[in-house]
Ligand binder design. Structure first.
Ligand code: C2E
Ligand code: MG
Ligand code: MG
Length: 717
């Protein structure tokens, strides 16, 4: 995950950033290179032009000089004479050729190129001029007028016997018209300036071309100025040392560019770093919010959305091996209400940690609501694993949690649903597990149920019952039946137990245990309880001296206003407190002792009696009896009905009698159905008896009638 985001960062930020940076660097370097090369090339081209111009100028200079020498009366007279005067020739051209400033060779030739007189470097030149000039003289002479009246010059660069030279040739013509020249044969003057290294160097200096030199054609390299004579022959190449202004410019700019690029790269690196931090931060936040989106903040387990998604994914992969466990904690609310929310949170956290250890490592554990957990099992053994985990969880919760002396006893109602068809989706599977859990709850809690199709119908019925129950509670239409409680010795009815009944005429029959549990789940048990109390008190007012026992749900006891509301109902109806007894089921007290004590004390001091109901049905704790001021213990029907067949049941009842005596309480035996039981119960200390033997739960009128009958019987007696 981390590597993937690092790669993403690399691709999205670092690579583009450094590509851009690298691109800028490369482009800048290329631009610098192009600029400097361009400047160098341009300068070279211009220098080549200068060199070519210098060469042209040298040629022109020699041609101009030659023109001055040929267009001269004295030269015309001397050179046209049948015998050329040597002194004149030497003085005019021989000596300058020796100085070699303007030319090195000067010769007078006839129209056939024959040398009439010539001097080179101050010495007499005897060689045939045409040969000396590489055979090009005749071609040049052909360009000139073959007379002595129209002076003209021509020039060229040729290879001479002494090396490459600039030559100029012109016909000799006097400036004075009609001058007697002796002969009319045309005469030509040739001048040659050898392109020696010295000459080239001077030329270079003059035209500011560094280290200009002439390379022979076989040594010539590209880049210089190739010199081709007018006859199409290559005579060499003029080369020089380029100034390369681009290089110097480059050297000048380069440090600045380098610093700028370094700063740019540093800035880019800094940007990359900042981006990395940001990215890491964003990545961290993203990871955190992803985690938060999928996890429950309190326990760190997966949340509802995540487990639904995981279940859907597992179903899509292979529906056969998917099974979910739906856990609802029994008694969690008690802990939350009894202690504080911190203890409740602590309990949830501890339970979550425990869930992880009790389930296989590959099971996915989630908390989907307050005290609801879902575990997803995948694989061929999913259902077996789920059942095993369920029993481990239930076993584990047998032991109460201890948070710094705060004891929290909870149980778990667990539903299991396995995927049975390919069409099923997570929502449906969880719904089924929820229904199975609900069945486990209504079957007595702290157990596990596996979903079956029939539960769906039951669930539908339950929902109907709950909705009808809401209407019944709202209209206070609940019925109350009264079961007689008789004195064990006189068998006289001394009291009744009020038992809630589903009203007739609704088309269904629902037992009190069921609808009271539904009222508890639906959060309407307080109103229901108050309605029953109101009805029972109202009915009891008709029966002088008869005590009325009213069952109280443990959830009612948790209502902080329970005592005040109960007393105000009783007082409003005007029933003597001493005629009322509240029955609280033993199993529901759990760890509420400390909180219940003041409730009990207040009720008792108000004259209301308290009975511990269903004693012996669940696990009994003597602590309840010691800590809470009970006036009565009601032996559970399951124990009473066993006394004729079970010795231990008899012993238990006897022990209950002793305990009751110890705490100053009376004992009532419930569920008395046989005459034979009465003797044993009396011997065990049961002062009151209740059961079908003395009367089934019946309506208030029946009790009124029974009372009247017994009064009549007494009167008759
Ligand atoms: P409980 O308080 O222990 O009530 C006694 C139950 O035992 C009653 O069942 C009664 O009909 C039944 N019973 C009494 N004698 C005999 C007998 O000889 N044989 C047999 N087979 N049964 C006998 P019922 O009315 O179905 O009530 C069941 C439970 O529902 C009650 O047990 C009580 O826990 C609860 N309950 C009933 N009415 C109320 C109520 O108004 N409020 C609350 N919170 N719970 C109630
Ligand atoms: Mg009862
Ligand atoms: Mg009972």
């Amino acid at each position: 995950m981390k590597n993937r985001s690092a790669l993403k960062f690399l691709l999205v930020v670092v690579v583009p950033l450094f590509l851009t940076g690298g691109g800028v660097v490369a482009l800048t370097m290329d631009l610098l290179d192009r600029l400097s090369t361009g400047a160098n090339v341009e300068d070279h081209r211009r220098t080549a032009e200068v060199v070519a111009s210098a060469l042209d100028a040298s040629q022109q200079q020699l041609a101009d000089l030659l023109f001055d020498n040929t267009n001269w009366d004295a030269a015309a007279i001397n050179l046209s004479a049948p015998e050329v005067n040597f002194e004149f020739f030497e003085a005019s051209w021989g000596i300058p050729s020796a100085i070699g400033i303007n030319y090195d060779v000067a010769a007078a030739v006839d129209k056939n190129g024959e040398t009439i007189m010539g001097m080179a470097g101050g010495n007499v030149l005897t060689a045939n001029m045409n040969d000396y000039l590489g055979g090009h003289l005749l071609a040049l002479l052909a360009e000139l007028p073959s007379n002595n009246t129209q002076p003209r010059t021509t020039s060229a660069i040729v290879k001479t016997s002494d090396g490459t030279a600039i030559i100029a040739v012109g016909n000799v013509a006097p400036t004075t018209q009609g001058l007697d020249l002796g002969t009319n044969e045309p005469r030509f003057l040739v001048m040659a300036k050898l392109m020696t290294n010295e000459f080239i160097a001077q030329l270079g200096e003059k035209f500011v071309v560094k280290n200009m030199r002439l390379l022979p054609k076989d040594l010539s390299a590209s880049g210089g100025l190739a010199i081709t004579n007018r006859f199409g022959e290559s005579v060499g190449e003029l080369t020089w040392d380029d100034r390369r202004p681009g290089d110097s410019t480059r050297e000048l700019i380069q440090p600045t560019v380098f610093i700028t690029l370094s700063v740019l790269m540093a800035v880019l690196t800094a940007i990359a770093f900042v981006c990395w931090w940001q990215f890491r931060d964003i990545g961290e936040r993203e990871r955190k919010s992803n985690f938060e989106a999928r996890h429950d903040a309190l326990t760190g387990l997966l949340n509802r959305a995540a487990i639904v998604a995981e279940t859907d994914a597992a179903l899509a992969e292979n529906f056969c091996g998917v099974c979910v466990l739906f856990i609802d904690l029994d008694g969690f609310k008690v802990v939350n209400d009894t202690y504080d929310h911190r203890t409740g949170d602590h309990l949830l956290y501890s339970f979550a940690a425990m869930l992880r250890t009790l389930t296989p490592a590959d099971a996915l554990v989630s908390r989907i609501g307050g005290d609801e957990f879902v575990v997803l099992f995948r694989g061929v053994n999913a259902t077996v694993q789920a059942e095993t985990a369920a029993s481990k969880i239930i076993d584990f919760l047998q032991m109460p949690f201890d948070f710094d002396g705060r004891i929290a006893s909870i149980g778990a109602s667990i539903g299991i649903a396995a995927a049975a068809d390919p069409e099923i989706r997570a929502a449906e599977l969880l719904r089924r597990a929820d229904i199975a859990m609900y069945r486990a709850k209504s079957d007595g809690k702290n157990r596990c149920c596996v979903f079956t199709k029939s539960m769906d119908a039951d669930r539908g019925e339950t929902l109907e019952i709950v909705s009808e129950l809401r209407a019944i509670v709202a209209c206070k239409e609940i019925d109350v039946a009264y079961q007689p409680i008789v004195d064990a010795f006189s068998r006289k009815m001394t009291g009744v137990e009020a038992l809630a009944r589903w009203p007739g005429g609704t088309g269904r029959e629902v037992g009190p245990e069921r609808f009271i549990a539904e009222a508890e789940t639906a959060g309407i048990v307080n109103q229901l309880g108050e309605t029953i109390l109101e009805r029972a008190c109202t009915d009891a007012k008709k029966w002088a001296d008869l005590r009325v026992a009213i069952n109280i749900s443990p959830l009612q006891l948790r209502d902080p206003e329970f005592v005040s509301r109960t007393l105000s109902i009783i007082d409003r109806i005007g029933l003597a407190h001493g005629r009322i007894e509240l029955e609280i089921t033993e199993g529901t007290l759990i760890d509420d002792i400390a909180r219940l004590k003041p409730v009990f004390v207040t009720l008792r001091s108000a004259g209301i009696s308290l009975a511990l109901d269903d004693f012996g049905a669940g696990y009994s704790s003597i602590a309840y009896l010691r800590e809470l001021p009970f006036d009565r213990i009601k032996i559970d029907r399951s124990l009473t009905s066993a006394i004729l067949v079970s010795g231990s049941a008899r012993h238990m009842i006897q022990a209950t009698g002793l305990i009751a005596r110890g705490i100053g309480a009376e004992v009532t035996a419930e569920g008395v159905e046989a005459e034979e039981e009465i003797q044993i119960l009396k011997l065990a200390g049961c002062a009151k008896l209740q059961g079908y033997l003395f009367g089934k739960p019946q309506d208030a009128n029946s009790i009124t009638r029974a009372l009247k009958l017994s009064t009549a019987a007494i009167v008759a007696a």
